[in-house]
Design a protein around this ligand. Structure first.
Ligand SMILES: Cc1cc2nc3c(=O)[nH]c(=O)nc-3n(C[C@H](O)[C@H](O)[C@H](O)COP(=O)(O)OP(=O)(O)OC[C@H]3O[C@@H](n4cnc5c(N)ncnc54)[C@H](O)[C@@H]3O)c2cc1C
Length: 431
C-alpha cells in the first residue's frame, strides 16, 4: 500500500489486554467481539490519523459491530512524536518511529490520504482539498496542534526558510533537526526555545535537551545546549531532569527560565534582555488546536482550544462533532500527550457506538496517562496519572494518590518506554 513499515503484529492475547486500556464502565470489555456483521449502524468520518484519530477509528470497528469508518489523514503514513527525540539524539532512525495504515485497512477502515479543508456541520459533510466531499452521521476531529506565529512574524520566516526548526510535529522536521545537529561544528551552540505552557508534551523539551546533550557528549564534546524556557521553571519531572543534567551533562546544558522569544534575526534569538546567537535554532512555537477545528469555529475556549463534553468528547458548540487529543481544552491536570489522546479515542469510540445504537453512554469513564522521558540513551523517568469523570463538575479529575513519578532514572524503565511505544502503535494502528 505504501512505503511505511507496517510493524510487527502483536499476539492476540496482548491485543485483548490493550483493548481494555481505558476503563469504560464495562462497555469497553463487553464489546470486543465482532467487527462487521449486520446492517450498518452509521457513517463516521475521522479527521487525523495520529494518536487520537487512529485509535478512535480502530475501536469503532472493534466495538461497533458494523460502522462505516473513514479515516482522512494528510500524510501517507504515521510518524510518532514519542520516541522522536531519540532520533534527534541519533539513538534511533526515522524508520523506527514510522508505521503504515495497512492494519486499519485490514479491519475495514477506509483510509483516505487527503486534507480536510472545511466542515459543514449542518449538512454533516466534510470537504477535501481537491473538491471531494464525505458525508457522516458523526464526525471525529483529532488534528493535533498548529502553531501561533502571528506574535513573532520573523519566526514564521525563519521556519519557512529552514533556518529555524520546530521538530514538534514528527516527520521531515525531525530529520531536518538531526541533519543540522550533525552538520554543526564541535564548539557550536544548539538553542532550544520552549513556549509558555500549555503546549503538547510538557516533559518533551527537557527530554530533547538530554538527547541532544547525549549526542554532543560523545560526538562534539565542546558544543553546548542552551535551553531558553519562556516558563519560570521546568514544567514536568523537574527534580529528575535537574538531577540528570547535573549527573550526566554538567557544563554542557545551560538552562535559562523566563526567556520569552521576541524576534528571530538570522542566527540570533532576541529575548527581552538578551540576544542569543546559536548555530542550530530549535524553536517550539506557541500552539493551539488544529487549524481545521479553528476554521470550523470549534476553538471556543480562549480562541485556542476546543471545549468538549467529557462523556462523549462531543464539541460543546457543534452537535455530532467529537474532538480528541491535543486540540481539546484539557481537563484539570490532564496532559496533552499521545497516551491521553489514545484514551480520548477510546472514550469517544465507545460513546459513539452507544449513540448510534440510541443507547446511553457510560457515565463513569476513567482514563490514564504515562509519559516516559529518556534522560540518557538508556535511562528513563516516567510521570503517570489516572483521571476519573466527576459527574458534579462534569470533567475528569486526577484520582488522588493514583500516579506519581519515578524515584530515579533507571534502565528498566528504558525498556518499558520502548515497549510502551510498540504497544500503543499496535493498539492504535491495529498492527
Ligand atoms: C518531541 C515530542 C515527544 C513526545 N513524547 C510523548 C511521549 O513520550 N508520550 C506521549 O504520550 N506523548 C508524547 N508527545 C505528545 C504526543 O505526540 C501528542 O500529544 C499526540 O500526538 C496528540 O495526538 P493527536 O491525535 O491530538 O494529534 P496527532 O498525533 O498530532 O495527530 C494529528 C493528525 O492529524 C492530521 N491532520 C491535521 N489536520 C488535518 C486535516 N485538516 N486533514 C487531514 N489530516 C489532518 C495530521 O497530519 C496528524 O497526523 C510528544 C510530543 C513531542 C512533540
Amino acid at each position: 500500500m505504501n512505503d511505511f513499515p507496517q510493524g510487527p503484529r502483536l499476539h492476540p492475547s496482548r491485543r485483548r489486554l490493550l483493548a481494555g486500556g481505558a476503563a469504560l464502565g464495562g462497555l469497553a470489555l463487553a464489546g470486543c467481539a465482532s467487527t462487521s456483521s449486520g446492517p450498518s449502524l452509521g457513517r463516521v468520518v475521522v479527521v487525523g490519523g495520529g494518536y487520537g484519530g487512529a485509535t478512535a477509528a480502530r475501536y469503532l470497528r472493534l466495538w461497533g459491530g458494523n460502522i462505516d469508518v473513514t479515516l482522512v489523514e494528510r500524510n501517507a503514513g504515521f510518524v510518532s512524536c514519542p520516541i522522536s527525540n531519540l532520533v534527534v539524539g541519533g539513538h534511533k532512525q526515522m524508520a523506527d518511529i514510522s508505521r503504515g495504515y495497512d492494519g486499519l485497512r485490514a479491519i475495514g477502515v477506509k483510509v483516505v490520504q487527503g486534507d480536510v479543508t472545511a466542515i459543514d456541520a449542518a449538512a454533516k459533510k466534510v470537504r477535501l482539498a481537491g473538491g471531494g466531499e464525505l458525508a457522516y452521521d458523526r464526525l471525529i476531529l483529532s488534528p493535533g496542534v498548529d502553531f501561533m506565529l502571528d506574535g513573532v512574524p520573523s519566526l514564521a520566516e525563519g521556519l519557512a526558510s529552514g533556518r529555524v526548526v520546530h521538530a514538534w510535529k514528527a516527520g521531515e522536521q525531525t530529520a531536518m533537526l538531526r541533519r543540522q545537529l550533525e552538520a554543526m561544528p564541535d564548539g557550536g551552540v544548539y538553542a532550544l526555545h520552549i513556549p509558555r505552557a500549555p503546549y503538547r508534551c510538557p516533559p518533551g523539551p527537557y527530554e530533547r535537551a538530554c538527547m541532544v546533550a547525549s549526542y554532543f557528549k560523545v560526538a562534539k564534546p565542546r558544543a553546548k545546549v542552551l535551553v531558553l524556557d519562556a516558563n519560570p521553571e521546568i514544567q514536568s519531572k523537574k527534580a529528575l531532569f535537574e538531577k540528570a543534567w547535573k549527573d550526566h551533562y554538567a557544563g554542557l546544558i545551560e538552562y535559562k527560565p523566563n526567556s520569552e522569544l521576541r524576534r528571530v534575526e538570522g542566527g540570533t534569538l532576541k529575548l527581552d534582555f538578551e540576544d542569543i546567537k546559536a548555530d542550530v535554532l530549535n524553536v517550539v512555537p506557541p500552539m493551539r488546536g488544529g487549524d481545521i477545528a479553528r476554521t470550523a469555529g470549534l476553538l471556543n475556549m480562549n480562541a485556542r482550544w476546543a471545549g468538549v463534553n467529557w462523556l462523549t468528547l462531543e464539541s460543546t458548540v457543534a452537535p455530532g462533532v467529537h474532538i480528541l487529543g491535543d486540540t481539546t481544552m484539557s481537563a484539570p491536570a490532564m496532559p496533552k500527550s499521545g497516551h491521553m489522546a489514545n484514551q480520548h479515542g477510546k472514550v469517544a469510540a465507545a460513546a459513539i457506538v452507544q449513540l448510534l445504537k440510541g443507547q446511553p453512554v457510560s457515565a463513569t469513564p476513567v482514563v490514564m496517562n504515562t509519559c516516559y522521558s529518556f534522560v540518557t540513551a538508556r535511562d528513563v523517568v516516567h510521570v503517570a496519572s489516572v483521571h476519573q469523570y466527576d459527574a458534579a463538575d462534569k470533567t475528569f479529575k486526577a484520582v488522588p494518590g493514583s500516579g506519581g513519578v519515578s524515584a530515579a532514572a533507571n534502565q528498566i524503565e528504558g525498556r518499558y518506554a520502548l515497549s510502551w511505544a510498540d504497544n500503543i502503535w499496535a493498539d492504535m494502528l491495529a498492527l
